[in-house]
Design a protein around this ligand. Structure first.
Ligand code: GLA
Length: 442
């Protein structure tokens, strides 16, 4: 009897949802869930460090570490399972989780995370298979959305492998509608690597879209190598590659719809095709800073059970996170880009600006910060600096005790007394940054 009831309920669910498509009818469009990513999402994702080697024990230990290390308090609330959590589909086509990796099931995991003030993210794919070969959601969109909702899932990363002849806008809109029908607030994160220029059409479809192929812990571009058949080996996109691809897309980002330059590599290392990749703490700091300047989702990708104090200090810097999470949601701009130095500005609330200089050269850079030569006129946001007439206090984000900067940069009359100097000499170490928050003095 119970089984019969379940079968009837399942059949009704399919009729009400995905089957409308199978029969060629178009079910009504349902807008994406509002208010889920007014600032870029923050959390941790399993892929960069663990690939498909994930299980309940690891995920719960990671959740515990996120609380104990103060990461949840710092804003990293999503814990996202990437590829490899899947089991088989059951006889009705409903997806299950791997019973060996996750013996207590996804609902129990979601309950555990929710009890800690965290949220659960999950991963699927618009094609027949995920990138690691597990079952994709194609043809099961409504079933999968309703399953995730019943488990208490809060976030879906939706990938793009095995999608020959699939229209990207159609496939992602279909899943958006399915999530809408399932009725639970689920943040929808598109991962089609920028292939169909989602920034041009996905603001109403998803809360973020990947803009590049997969990142790795490499600061400078990685040379191409070839396999025995003469085909290019997979190689990670470097921090510099990704910045160059993501920076020109700034006009498309904003509250609720972000450019996603991929997950963070701070504190991570990998070996691919026999090559070991790891970044220095300086490179990690530069990477994290520019992701914050670009208003990127901040999804950690390292082993949090073994994090170093240096990595932890980078990812929990409150002033830097505030730049990323600024409520205006304006992606920063690269004002100057030479072979070795990049100068970035990001308009923030209340007339503030974030400013940083990144050194991608192989020597420390001694630079004179001459504010009068750094005026910004940002057409996109309508914001301008006015160093000639407005006094700003300058707070150094990575070295808050740096006194020379904790002062006005320009002043007239009485204020002139408070002025230290307009031109300040700073050294930017190799593959590192200096970063400041400028606040107008009222
Ligand atoms: C693609 C995505 C990655 C990761 C893997 C999982 O490569 O871009 O971020 O999700 O698939 O297989």
């Amino acid at each position: 009897m119970k089984k019969a009831l379940i079968l009837i309920a399942s059949a009704a669910m399919i009729l009400l949802s995905g089957n409308a498509f199978a029969q060629g009818r178009r079910s009504a469009d349902i807008p994406k869930y509002p208010g889920l990513a007014d600032t870029p999402q923050m959390g941790w994702n399993s892929w960069n460090r663990f690939m498909t080697e994930i299980n309940e024990e690891l995920i719960m230990a990671t959740a515990d570490a996120m609380v104990d290390l103060g990461l949840v308090d710092a804003g990293y609330v999503y814990l996202n399972l990437d590829d490899g959590w899947h089991g088989e589909r059951d006889e009705l086509g409903f997806i299950t989780c791997d019973p060996v990796k996750f013996p207590h099931g996804m609902k129990a995991l979601a309950d555990y995370l929710h009890s800690k003030g965290m949220k659960l993210g999950i991963y699927s794919d618009a094609g027949n298979f995920t990138c690691a070969g597990y079952s994709g959601s194609r043809g099961h969109e409504y079933q999968d959305a309703i399953t995730y909702a019943s488990w208490g899932v809060d976030y879906l990363k939706y990938d793009w492998c095995a999608t020959q002849n699939v229209n990207a806008k159609g496939a992602y809109t279909l899943m958006r509608n399915a999530l809408g029908k399932a009725g639970r607030p689920i943040l929808f994160s598109m991962c089609e690597w920028g292939t169909s220029k989602p920034w041009e059409w996905a603001a109403d479809v998803a809360h973020s879209w990947r803009t590049t192929h997969d990142i790795g812990p490499a600061f400078l571009p990685v040379p191409i190598t070839y396999n025995e058949q003469g085909r290019p080996n997979w190689r990670p996109q470097s921090i510099i590659d990704i910045i160059n691809q993501n920076e020109p897309l700034r006009k498309y980002a904003g509250p609720g719809h972000w450019n996603d330059p991929d997950m963070l590599e701070v504190g991570n290392n990998i070996t691919v095709n026999g090559i070991y990749y790891e970044m220095t703490d300086s490179e990690d700091r530069a990477h994290f800073t520019i992701w914050c300047m670009m208003a990127a989702p901040l999804l950690l990708g390292n082993d949090l059970t073994k994090i170093t104090p240096e990595s932890l200090a980078i990812i929990t810097n409150k002033d830097m996170i505030a730049v990323d999470q600024d409520p205006l949601g304006i992606q920063g701009l690269r004002l100057i880009n030479t072979e070795t130095l990049q100068y970035w500005f990001k308009p923030l609330v209340n007339g503030d600006w974030a400013f940083c200089v990144m050194n991608i050269g192989e020597e420390p850079a001694n630079i004179a910060l001459d504010w009068s030569a750094l005026e910004v006129d940002d057409e996109l946001s309508g914001r301008k600096t006015d160093f000639a007439n407005i006094n700003y206090t300058v707070k150094s984000i990575w070295t808050p005790n740096d006194k020379p900067f904790n002062t006005l940069v320009k002043g007239k009359g009485k204020q002139r007394k408070q002025m230290v100097t307009n031109v300040v000499n700073v050294t930017v170490p190799v593959h590192d940054v200096v970063a400041y928050r400028l606040t107008p003095v009222k």
